[in-house]
Design a protein around this ligand. Sequence first.
Ligand SMILES: O=C(O)C1=C[C@@H](OP(=O)(O)O)[C@@H](O)[C@H](O)C1
Ligand SMILES: C=C(OP(=O)(O)O)C(=O)O
Length: 424
Amino acid sequence: MNCKVEKSKINGVIDCPSNKSYTHRGIFLASLAGNNSKVENILISADTKATIEACKKFGAVIEVNDSAVIVKEPIKIGSTVPEINTENSGTTIRIAIGIASLFSEEITLTGDDSIQKRPMQPLLDALASIGAKCSSTDGKPPVKIKGSILGGSIKIPGNLSSQFISSLLISAPLTKNGINLTIEGDLVSKPYLDATIATMRKFGVSVQTLIPYKKYNISPQIYKNTTFNVPIDFSSLALLLSFTVLNGEDVTIKGSMGNLPQGDEAFIDFLEQLGVAITINEDEIKIKSPKKLTGGIFDLRNSPDLLPPLAILSLMSSEPIQIVNVKHARLKETDRISILARELPKIGIIVEEKEDGLILKPSDNLTGAKLDSENDHRLFMAFCIAGTHIGNCTVTDSESVQVSYPNFIQEMNRLGAKIDIVKS
Ligand SMILES: O=C(O)C1=C[C@@H](OP(=O)(O)O)[C@@H](O)[C@H](O)C1
Ligand SMILES: C=C(OP(=O)(O)O)C(=O)O
């Protein structure tokens, strides 16, 4: 389905959604711990449902209510596991591949068309180096994994995705001998590794850091039952903030920041750099936007999901916004750099595409257009926000919001946005 988007202003109070990355981690680790482990304040979305389904296929017995899951029985390593379909979720398939390598029977993991284009080879090579049998076509799903790995020393490149490393860390304590992990080259999306280690710690497992983001040692341990509370999602918050900067009058965003690591909190600094005044209280954020934003150079190596909400701020900037070091954004649900470079000129933004980012220049000729989000949730939401600034836009693939922010359209319209679902 498409959305027709008209120029609109938003006002009022909105709750920031719960964090997707911590919901995934909480559910996987609670499923490894069992014993009534509980994950509270979860995000219920298509991606996190894919994680719940994966854990059930691994044998966990999980109760789900409105905002929490309780794991009655843990993942049964050694059971027979039917094919796992992780739908659109990269985090799910990558963490599940690591868990699958603990099983001695072959397990097949796949996902939707987008997942079938995303790279898995470095993770498969790493698992193969300690004895797993892994097969795929071209390193993309569907993948078949046959363990069980006993542990050992692993090398893995860090330049494509931190999720490979999160996957190895999560499975490592459950191997007989533990794992010594070496990350080769530069690591992207570092804060997501911090998020993994912080969540493991909450479930009673320690990771020994020998050299940060380079060398880790994980000894054999078991995950202990706990109650884990999911914080708000700074990636969704970035979209809400961007919306407020472009079209907000008096918007309050509610949600407790928590103290778990999140790389996307960098968006607050980026906004300040662009000239936005921000007030953060214990459980709410308010911003005061200037008439025009400045520009600047923004490094997204650690926060790739900020690319869409940052790129659309060029609608209001007086100087170019240059986004650098985010080549890995080409490996998400879509190649986000190339789609932004293709679509934003349609509404009058002057775009220069770089291998690792974009240079976005404001123009005086902003105009409505049809924007193709290619079923990528973050692009869909960013394009809708841009549309409410310009008016007369159509944005394709509204269903994609199910992935990370299922009530995005209703919530924005409640605040006054004019985003209407229309038949394509
Ligand atoms: O581990 C995670 O929860 C995530 C890690 C990041 O991916 P990469 O490490 O592949 O950049 C991020 O873009 C993704 O949305 C969620
Ligand atoms: C890239 C994303 O998620 P995943 O890798 O889990 O598909 C995202 O949510 O932007």
